[in-house]
Design a protein around this ligand. Sequence first.
Ligand SMILES: [Zn+2]
Length: 567
Amino acid sequence: MRFIAILLLSLFINDLKSQSNQNFVMDLPINLSGTFGELRSNHFHSGIDIKTNRVEGLNIYSYEKGYISRIQVSTYGYGKAIYITHPDGKITVYAHLSKFSEKIQNYVKDIQYKRKKFAIKIYPKESEILIEKNEIIGYSGNTGSSSGPHLHFELRDKNNMPVNPLKYRNIEIFDTIIPSLKGVYYKELKYNNGKLEDNYSRFKKIKFVENHNGKYLTDTIYTNGVIGFGVNSFDLMNNSNNVYGLNKIITKINDSVNFKINFDKFSFDEWTYINTYVDYAHLKRTNEKIQKLYIENINPLNLYDRNLGDGAVKLKVNDSKNILINYKVILFDFNNNITVINIPIVFTEQKKEKIFQKKGNINIQNNLDKKIRLKNYFIEFKKGTFDYNTSLTISESNNNINIDNDTIPLRKPFTIKYSLKNIDDSRKKYLYLGMKGPKNYNYFISSEKFNDSLIGNAKKLGKFKILLDSIPPEINFYNLKNDQWISNRKKLTIKINDNESGIKSFNGWINNKWILLEYESKKNMLTYDFGDKVNSSNSKNELVVSVKDNCGNISIKKITFYRKIYE
Ligand SMILES: [Zn+2]
């Protein structure tokens, strides 16, 4: 009897526990595939990724009451996304949805049909779409730049700064595993007029051993001058194969804290400065993310406790010789599981100062515009494109141009112009600027033709090439034959593809009326929903699809099909 009572009690407690999670935007308990603030390519993750058991179509509920302030349908990024503004000014975001709730879907389709466009951004007025707490606003999915079904959920404070929703709501995640350590590094830094500079210098690896669980000791470092440290670390959780971000890192010199970074809140303005937290050159060379445990002068991120200083370890020449410093790094996950790294540092004689400079022949001052004219190419860097003065290796051959390597982060795009003067008119319109990607794949750089030049804006340094695309996109009605009866189909799917410059736009019409085609770029698929009932009064239907690529080549294809008319 007593046993049963305990059993019932524990069932009841379990029930309460799961309920506190359950009221949080989905019917499932919260299991994460991504944590707040974790390091993504070129940005910090601004929300949490909640697992949806590998399926799509689960109910998504509003976090609080409010009104819909933004709706977005995109073929990349957040895919289908809803933004709700709440009475206290907070905003919640629900992204990668497979579809919206009926009332929102109807509102969106109306506008899609008016604008004749699939991808749209709408900012409804405060009175237009009111939402109750826990109202179903949509269904989970995998739309946009998402690599598996999940819900990306974001909570922003009234200043539009993303905050960690789990901390805000006190939601606990089962995680008893300490952060994993993959590498410890240091590099020499310098001060220029009192400002800490990194100057694209290289990290050196430090050997370490694990003394006992979560406690590491490295080799002793013999150095002098100013040095900064870096770690490669991530978090793991119980019952999951995912890799997660850390919540906090602290460093100590002889037991007093000299650096602290905390991933609880950040600002969107700071996004590109992830490249001053993660060592950009090292990432590009080795694909490994070293997190810097010091703050360069140019780094504006709000993630640090700035009262502690810049985190660099300074060993002055007049420090007594052979002084031993105990430097310590402590890594925290969201549940405060910790990993500790002890690094002994010994001061030695002043070495000859090492000057780090890139090989190259074109010097660029970061506070001035720089124009570089070559044979057919012309390059222009606006001032402030680089964080530091730098020197680039640039060379042109045939119609290729090599502009150093993608190991220096850029603050803004730069312009590449290619002269079309010596090119025959018949070929001109098919040319575009391509960039060499990781697998030799040349991808399209947004470019236009102007005054006998091809002008493109590049966001990265690297290898560029003038390419030719004269082949229109392919359109394939693969599961539809001409004159076929398809009365029972709810949707129509069409495959489109462009192997060269890529797809720029597409349109479809049934019996001359524009239809909404939803584009899923990962599957190269356009979908029309017969529920839209565009021109459903004829049983004979003529479908026309037109697709344009980035060089302006157009394909148009027609097909006839039949559907029963239901009264
Ligand atoms: Zn996400």
